[in-house]
Ligand binder design. Structure first.
Ligand SMILES: *[C@@H]1O[C@H](CO)[C@@H](O)[C@H](O)[C@H]1NC(C)=O
Ligand SMILES: *[C@@H]1O[C@H](CO)[C@@H](O)[C@H](O)[C@H]1NC(C)=O
Ligand SMILES: *[C@@H]1O[C@H](CO)[C@@H](O)[C@H](O)[C@H]1NC(C)=O
Ligand SMILES: *[C@@H]1O[C@H](CO)[C@@H](O)[C@H](O)[C@H]1NC(C)=O
Ligand SMILES: *[C@@H]1O[C@H](CO)[C@@H](O)[C@H](O)[C@H]1NC(C)=O
Ligand SMILES: *[C@@H]1O[C@H](CO)[C@@H](O)[C@H](O)[C@H]1NC(C)=O
Ligand SMILES: *[C@@H]1O[C@H](CO)[C@@H](O)[C@H](O)[C@H]1NC(C)=O
Ligand SMILES: *[C@@H]1O[C@H](CO)[C@@H](O)[C@H](O)[C@H]1NC(C)=O
Ligand SMILES: *[C@@H]1O[C@H](CO)[C@@H](O)[C@H](O)[C@H]1NC(C)=O
Ligand SMILES: *[C@@H]1O[C@H](CO)[C@@H](O)[C@H](O)[C@H]1NC(C)=O
Length: 884
């Protein structure tokens, strides 16, 4: 069939739609002679594009376009990438383009749109790509009528439900459902997957499929690409996998697969095998390394045992990347691994072997660029200058290897770009030659016992190092003068003294600066306003926070807590629209509450406790507080006054949001991306709640905390507090709150710590609090409460002191029984309370208006949090590696 491309710039489409229908056709006839598209079709297309904000669509760029059939004028191919924004409706004109054979709408923004069953009308489609769009809901059964499809891409959406009904798509050769929320099993009796005999590429990765791999997988014997990583696949890989003789890439990583290594030795086309992060056990089949096309083999993080045996084969292996780390190999590496002559990347970290590894074992790997030996013991002699190790090495990882002396071997490795010797016990001073390595880019020397630098004070200045991580050592004296081109410098938990050198202002590329937990004095330099992350916590800095943040400032994190800062909060922080963390607790800042930050779209953490802040805590208009993304809000121990209006918390939607990859520094290992990512935590926050110890360096996940304690806030606790479903800790103690404890607190089903002590609260403790099953700590002492304490298991296990000092509480854990006293009966929801509940519902309505996504978002967020592993990354502490 012949096609021609519609040469219409989108501007002309806008013009077309602005005129009356009749003139529309007049105009269009002109065009149709040129573009060979039928007027009806052009009209439908125009209408489709006008359903969205499509002002960025350029139909003339190489990726986008419209193609029509030369003889019929029907639109047969439509490609629009990254330019549509809006909701796709079931009556969309898209579904009138019945002749479409190729539809590619990758990476648009179809806000909370479903995959409407009307897609089934486009039953001439051969290629359908709707990846990366934000589609929600299930794949409708009407997709089953797209029987001509050979390519179906639905990856990177928010689709749910079980494997879609596709048994009629017998021509399908390419199917991608990865990065969605699909779930359920792949039972061959109920899924259509194993009928898709023509599949050459199957991607199901990053979903929530929970299934064994049925032996029917062997039916898909045309498969070349199989990607089922990051699901919950369990059990053994069936032997029928050896039927997939065309397979070139096999990705099974990050599941719960068990049993011996899959039978893949006969799949001679394989170039990539990744089975990492499963529970495969037994020994490694030695024939793997001699598979004819195998370039990359990843066996990390399994339960494989035995010695790492490599056949003494005369056939050189083609293998370029070999990951064996984090297994249970007991043996000693005796033989030089001589047939792996093409190896560029070798990861044998964390072998659990008791034998020290001698670096000279790798002397024959002349191609080796990346060597990861972390978490092994290394023979000290082999770290000496005379050791014979491959001199082309670009990345060398020797973290946690028990090294005690600075490894002089590095001096010979002039091509090194990335060095990790963190987590050792290296003493003394960092040698001067280190800074002369000509290509050094990233250096981890954190967690050692280093106490200074050899050489003059400006020894680092000419180094090429861009990322320098030296936290948790004993460096003392002045902060060194940094190389001009440095990007990240972290030196937390050292003993640096004196001022932050003004020379830092010359480092124009600096984005991350962490000097927290040192003993720095003097002012904060005025020049730090262009950084992304500034952490100066726990020093003795003085003066005020510089008021130098310009519009467009990229600041994401500012932590200046625990210093001696005075003055006001800088008003220019308003310009930092990327600001996520603002932490300035334990200083002497004297100011009113920063309502002027209430519109910051990304602010998630606001910690201003223990300062000299004063004035009313309620917004001047007595309306909601604002701060839509806030989830950690701590202002305890100030002099705040005022009362909280009923709608105070209705703007908050953030408690549902996910941990983003804060401060993630992603290192490409030269050209060879390695399994490990390097993170460094920028947002280590000390959160102290009674009954909850939240450790420094914890990950902020989908929860919220509020601490207003030790102020002089009065009035009622707003019922809208009950909207913050993600709240896990609430501290209103030591204020002057009056009225009843809000019934809506019983809705906070994730609450773990509740402190309302030392206020003037009256009435009874709401019955519903007894059923909060996560409540570990509750304190309502020193109020004027009366009646029966709700007898939930979490409550009666609390100490008596949590209830003492009230007017008339009775029941466990107190000794006063309610029986025979004049205490009011156990409060159950009364008419009045129901009214309050209704009020809450109204607020819920309001909240929904503010952010429907918020309430719906809860479910989605929890879903994501519950299984998306890279978002659940635990930051193990400053400068620690994960994925080890
Ligand atoms: C279809 O029409 C276009 C534009 O007139 C022309 O370039 C193309 O060669 C035609 N295709 C066929 C197969 O006739
Ligand atoms: C769809 O378009 C995107 C962006 O232009 C492109 O990367 C992708 O390969 C296309 N998909 C298909 C199936 O043609
Ligand atoms: C499509 O349906 C929406 C309601 O969902 C309506 O507002 C709109 O006018 C309809 N559009 C057309 C072209 O019928
Ligand atoms: C299956 O495809 C055939 C054409 O191959 C079509 O006639 C039939 O209607 C389709 N069945 C369903 C359920 O869509
Ligand atoms: C599928 O159905 C067959 C026949 O009904 C049954 O024997 C088999 O156990 C079923 N398989 C699974 C995985 O449920
Ligand atoms: C293996 O593939 C063949 C076709 O090459 C097919 O007939 C057979 O059913 C498959 N066997 C299994 C066990 O899947
Ligand atoms: C691999 O191929 C050999 C020779 O064809 C055969 O004997 C063996 O059974 C096959 N192994 C598997 C696991 O299919
Ligand atoms: C491998 O070959 C070397 C000599 O090439 C020999 O010394 C060694 O014993 C052989 N190892 C095994 C396990 O056969
Ligand atoms: C910090 O420096 C001050 C004055 O220089 C000194 O008194 C104090 O002991 C130092 N603190 C620490 C923890 O080193
Ligand atoms: C994923 O599956 C697990 C159990 O298989 C279930 O507990 C969890 O809720 C599921 N998550 C989603 C998003 O369906």
């Amino acid at each position: 069939m012949s096609e021609s491309r519609l040469h219409l710039h989108f501007l002309s489409l806008i013009l077309l739609c602005c005129v009356s229908p009749s003139s529309f056709f007049d105009l269009n006839i002109d065009y149709s002679s040129y573009v060979a598209c039928h007027p009806h079709q052009t009209k439908a297309l125009t209408e489709f594009m006008n359903e969205f904000d499509s002002s960025y669509c350029n139909l003339n760029d190489p990726f986008n376009g419209v193609w029509c059939d030369n003889s019929t004028g029907a639109v047969t191919m439509l490609r629009l990438q990254s330019c549509l924004s809006g909701t796709l409706k079931p009556n969309s004109s898209l579904f009138r383009l019945h002749h479409l054979r190729h539809l590619n709408l990758t990476q648009n923004n179809f806000i909370s749109s479903s995959l409407h069953s009307e897609f089934g009308n486009l039953n001439r489609l051969e290629v359908l790509s709707l990846s990366n769009n934000g589609f929600v809901g299930q794949v409708p059964s009407s997709f089953n009528s797209l029987s001509l499809l050979s390519v179906l891409k639905l990856s990177k959406n928010e689709l749910t439900g079980s494997f879609p009904l596709l048994w009629n798509l017998t021509k399908l050769s390419f199917l991608s459902l990865s990065y969605n929320y699909f779930s359920g099993t792949l039972n061959p009796n109920s899924t259509s997957l194993f009928d898709l005999h023509h599949l050459r590429s199957l991607s199901l990765g990053y979903n929530n499929f929970s299934s064994s791999i049925p032996s029917e997988i062997g039916n898909l014997n045309k498969l070349e690409y199989l990607y089922i990583s990051s699901n919950d696949f369990f059990g053994q890989v069936p032997p029928t996998i050896s039927n997939l003789t065309s397979l070139t890439e096999l990705y099974l990583e990050h599941n719960q697969l068990t049993g011996s290594f899959p039978l893949v030795q006969n799949l001679t086309m394989l170039s990539t095998i990744d089975v990492s992060d499963n529970h495969f056990s037994g020994t490694i089949p030695s024939s793997l390394t001699t598979m004819p096309f195998l370039l990359s083999l990843n066996l990390r993080e399994n339960d494989l045992i035995g010695s790492i045996g490599f056949p003494n084969s005369s056939t050189p292996s083609r293998l370029e990347k070999l990951y064996l780390g984090n297994n249970h190999f007991e043996g000693k590496i005796i033989e030089p691994i001589s047939n792996l002559i093409n190896l560029k990347l070798l990861d044998i970290s964390f072998l659990n072997t008791s034998y020290p590894i001698d670096l000279s074992l790798f002397s024959s790997q002349k191609s080796l660029l990346h060597l990861d030996l972390s978490d092994n013991s290394i023979s000290p002699a082999s770290l000496d200058t005379n050791s014979d190790i491959p001199t082309n090495l670009e990345n060398l990882l020797l973290g946690s290897c028990g090294i005690t002396e600075f490894p002089n071997i590095l001096k010979n490795l002039e091509k090194l770009e990335f060095i990790d010797i963190s987590g050792n016990i290296i003493k003394g001073k960092a040698p001067e030659w280190l800074w002369k390595l000509p290509r050094l880019n990233t250096l981890y020397i954190s967690n050692n016992s280093l106490n200074g630098f050899q050489g003059p004070v400006d020894v680092l200045v000419n180094s090429s190092v861009k990322n320098l991580f030296m936290d948790q050592n004993y460096f003392e004296g002045a902060v060194p003068i940094l190389p001009l081109s440095i990007n990240a410098f972290t030196a937390s938990f050292n003993r640096f003294r004196g001022r932050i050198p003004l020379s830092i202002c010359n480092c124009r590329s600096l984005t991350h600066l962490k000097l927290d937990y040192n003993n720095l004095t003097g002012p904060i330099p005025q020049c730090l306003s262009n950084l992304l992350v500034v952490n100066l916590r726990k020093n003795n800095l003085e003066g005020s926070i510089p008021d130098t943040f310009n519009i467009g400032a990229s600041l994401q994190t500012l932590d200046v807590g625990h210093n001696r800062l005075t003055g006001k909060l800088p008003r220019s922080l308003q310009n930092c629209s990327s600001l996520e963390f603002l932490v300035a607790d334990h200083n002497m800042i004297e100011d009113t509450f920063p309502f002027w930050l209430k519109d910051l779209p990304n602010l998630q953490v606001l910690i201003l406790s223990s300062n000299k802040l004063y004035g009313s805590i309620s917004p001047p208009d007595q309306g909601p507080l604002g701060f839509p993304e806030l989830r950690i809000f701590e202002i305890s121990d100030n002099k705040f006054t005022g009362s909280l209006p009923p709608t105070y918390f209705v703007d908050w939607k953030a408690p549902f949001l996910m941990m983003k990859k804060y401060g993630v520094l992603y290192m490409e290992y030269g050209k060879y991306t390695c399994g490990g990512m390097f993170y460094f935590s920028m947002e280590a926050i000390d959160l102290q709640y009674k009954g909850l110890s939240m450790e420094h360096g914890m990950v902020l996940n989908s929860y919220a905390t509020i601490d207003f304690s030790r102020n002089s806030i009065e009035g009622q606790i707003p019922e809208s507090i009950g909207l913050l479903k993600a709240l896990i800790a609430l501290n209103f103690s030591n204020n002057a709150f009056t009225g009843h404890i809000p019934l809506s607190l019983a809705n906070l089903s994730n609450l773990e710590s509740l402190d309302l002590s030392s206020n003037h609260l009256s009435g009874t403790i709401p019955y519903g609090l007894g059923s909060l099953s996560f409540l570990e700590y509750i304190n309502v002492s020193h109020n004027q409460l009366k009646g029966e304490i709700p007898q939930g298991t979490q409550i009666i296990g609390q100490p008596q002191s949590s209830f003492e000092g009230n007017a008339g509480l009775c029941g466990l854990p107190l000794q006063e029984t309610c029986f025979g006293t004049n205490a009011p009966p156990t409060p159950r929801p009364s008419e009045e309370e129901k009214e309050e509940e209704e009020e809450l519902l109204i607020w819920k309505g309001v909240a929904t208006g503010y952010g429907l996504g918020a309430l719906l978002g809860l479910a989605i967020a929890q879903v994501i949090a519950s299984y998306k592993p890279e978002w659940l990354v635990k930051i193990i502490g400053p400068n620690k590696h994960i994925n080890r």
